[in-house]
Design a binder for this molecule. Structure first.
Ligand code: SAH
Length: 251
């Protein structure tokens, strides 16, 4: 049998899905388009017969799905994280069209990077804090009257574009290959953000009692750059030097 996974490292992540039928339908949409890596964050009801039934001949994708407790766990080793959203958020984020998203994911997989595509809850999508872990957001254009697609249909559109990019040989002229360092994964970046926040508090620049949008905007700044591992190491070293200066100063 030919390999069902045309995009190794590209993972579809469904966050707190309510209806098991949507999990099955999403798995089918994935397999139809050559994707097989499915991660479920805290699903409401899984394993479930309806998920199997709705997946038709993609039962293998459903039964090999990895179940995790948090979005952080799902994306920990991802070097590119893309979130899907049916509506605009207060602080705009770098956006990709569905087509550009397909091109980026296809190219990133080809360059042996790990990619997480986040899909939200049927009722209220992804939380802001989840969307802020992403490098990019994708919105599927719709008629004005109703912008929210069924979850599995959104998975279908995004996966369709990934396969189209591969079939058409389209690549974004970008950073997916030829970079001299490996891109940092979400776990490393999350630790960096934690360290940055502590340091900003230490030096009195950030007041946790009055956070405003400082940390969100800093997240957006660094995610827009798409840090590589060496850059993260340098920034962590820089922060440690500031921490040390602060503690020497106190003593
Ligand atoms: N009522 C929710 C929509 C949830 S739809 C809200 O207002 O946010 C469930 C999921 O399907 C979304 O979280 C997103 O992952 C995906 N989705 C639905 N419509 C989409 C669209 N137009 N563009 C991108 N993703 C969409």
């Amino acid at each position: 049998m030919s390999d069902a996974n045309l995009f190794p490292g590209a993972r579809v992540i469904l966050v707190e899905t309510t209806h098991p039928g949507n999990i099955g339908a999403a798995a089918r949409a994935m397999k139809n388009m050559g994707l097989t890596e499915l991660v479920l964050v805290n699903p409401y009801k899984f394993p479930d017969e309806e998920a199997m039934y709705r997946s038709a001949s993609a039962e293998d994708v459903v039964s090999s799905a990895r179940v995790v407790a948090t979005v952080d766990e799902a994306i920990a080793d991802c070097q590119l994280v893309i979130g899907t959203s049916a509506r605009e958020r207060r602080i705009p984020w770098p956006m990709l069209t569905a087509r550009e998203c397909g091109e980026k994911v296809s190219a990133a997989s080809e360059a042996q990077q790990t990619v997480g595509l986040l899909f939200g809850r049927e009722s209220r999508g992804l939380k802001n804090e989840e969307l802020q872990k992403c490098h990019f957001h994708v919105n599927i254009p719709t008629g004005e009257a109703y912008s929210s697609l069924n979850l599995a249909m959104a998975v279908q559109v995004i996966c369709y574009e990934i396969l189209q990019a591969r079939l058409g040989g389209h690549h974004l002229p970008s950073d997916e290959s030829g970079w001299d360092q490996v891109f940092a994964d979400a776990d490393a970046v999350e630790h960096f953000f934690g360290h940055l926040e502590e340091t900003l508090v230490q030096v009195g620049f950030h007041d946790p009692e009055n956070p405003r949008q400082l940390l969100t905007r800093l997240r957006r700044l660094f995610n827009r750059v798409r840090l590589d591992q060496m850059e993260v190491n340098m920034l962590r070293g820089f922060l440690s030097a500031i921490n040390k200066l602060g503690s020497d100063h106190q003593s």
